[in-house]
Design a binder for this molecule. Sequence first.
Ligand SMILES: NC(=O)c1ccc[n+]([C@@H]2O[C@H](COP(=O)([O-])OP(=O)(O)OC[C@H]3O[C@@H](n4cnc5c(N)ncnc54)[C@H](O)[C@@H]3O)[C@@H](O)[C@H]2O)c1
Length: 389
Amino acid sequence: SPKIRHPQKIRPSRGFAELLNIRPPPKVRPSKDLFGIMPAKQNNRACRIGKCTYHRVLYMEILVHSVVMAAFILFQILDDGGDLTHWIYKKYPNMFKKIKGIVEESVTGVHRLYQLSKAGKLCVPAMNVNDSVTKQKFDNLYCCRESILDGLKRTTDMMFGGKQVVICGYGEVGKGCCAALKAMGSIVYVTEIDPICALQACMDGFRLVKLNEVIRQVDIVITCTGNKNVVTREHLDRMKNSCIVCNMGHSNTEIDVASLRTPELTWERVRSQVDHVIWPDGKRIVLLAEGRLLNLSCSTVPTFVLSITATTQALALIELYNAPEGRYKQDVYLLPKKMDEYVASLHLPTFDAHLTELSDEQAKYLGLNKNGPFKPNYYRYLLLCCNVK
Ligand SMILES: NC(=O)c1ccc[n+]([C@@H]2O[C@H](COP(=O)([O-])OP(=O)(O)OC[C@H]3O[C@@H](n4cnc5c(N)ncnc54)[C@H](O)[C@@H]3O)[C@@H](O)[C@H]2O)c1
C-alpha cells in the first residue's frame, strides 16, 4: 500500500527471502540504496506520488519483491522484449535454479536469448514463440498491416493516396506496412540490409533504396527493423516540411529522438501522441508517439490477434512446464510444429472455415500423419505482399 511509511514494517520475512534464495533487503540507510537511485541527503528520501508519500527505498523494495514473487510462483518467465529475463539474470541469477523455462515473444528478446545461448550463459530452456508461424504471421504481419493505417489515421487524419512513403526493414512488420500502404495508393520505397528480404521487396514491386536517397522527398518515414538509430539526426535534418516520422519496430530505439531534444529545436504538442518538432527556419516534422511503437501507442490491437499470440504463449508455457526431464536443454527452441497447427485450428471456427481431412491413401502418399504435423520445420509460409489488396 502506498500509505505505509515505515520500511521496516513491510520488509519481507527472512524465511520468505531465504525461500527465494535472495538476501533480505538491507536496512535503510540514508546514504545507500538498492539501485543507486536514492540521493545521499536524508531529507530527500521521501518521494510523493499522487497524494501519498513513499519512502523511495521502500517503494523500490515493494516493486522488486512483487515481481520476484510473481516469477517465483510461476516458475517460468513469460517475456516480451527480454527485459524481465535480463533483469532477473542481472539481479537475481540464483532464481534460475528454480525457473523451469523462459517463453519469449519478441524479435529483440529472442535475439538476446540466442546471444546468451551462444555465449553459454543460458541456464534454462527457452521457447522462441516469436518464430512460431501463427505468432509471426498474425502479430507481426497481419496485425501491423491493419494497425499501421489505423495509427496514422487517428493521429494525422491524412490521406494515403499518392503519398511517398519509405519503410525501413522488409521483415514481417515491414511487409505488412508496405502491403497496407501500397493498397491505399501510396508510392512505397523500402530500405533493407538483407539481400534476401531486399529481393523479396523488389519482386513484390517496391523500389529498394537507401534512406539517404529519398529522405528529402518522402511524406512518411516508418521504421520496422528492430534495430537502433535507423533514422538519425542527419536524416531528420534533411526531411521536408511536414514529413511524418513513426516507428513500428522495436521500442523507442529506431528513431534517434534524443538528438531532437536540443535548444535550437522547439517541440509543440499538437494533440495526444503527436509532436511538431520545429527547426529554426520554420520547418516542422511530425513525430508520432515520441518514437515509440505507433500501433501500441495510438491504435488498438485486434483481440483476434491477441488471442492467437496468447494461445501460442500459453501452449509454450505448458509444454516447458510439462516436458519430461531432458527433453529441453539449456538452449532456445521453437514451439513444436504440431502446437502451431493446433493454435491455428482453434481459430478456424471464427471464419466458419472447413478444413479438408487427408484420406488414408493421401496421408500414406505424402508420408504424413493424418493429424499433423503437415509441414516440415523448414517450411516457409510466404506471403506475396503485392497480392494483398
Ligand atoms: N508494432 C508491432 O505491433 C510489432 C509487432 C511485432 C513485432 N514488432 C517489432 O518489429 C520489429 C521487426 O519485427 P519483424 O518481425 O519484422 O522482424 P524481421 O527480422 O522479420 O524484420 C526486420 C528487418 O529489418 C531489417 N533491418 C535491420 N536493420 C536494418 C536497417 N538498419 N535498415 C534497413 N533494414 C534493416 C532486417 O534485415 C530484417 O529484414 C521487431 O523489433 C519486433 O519486436 C512490432
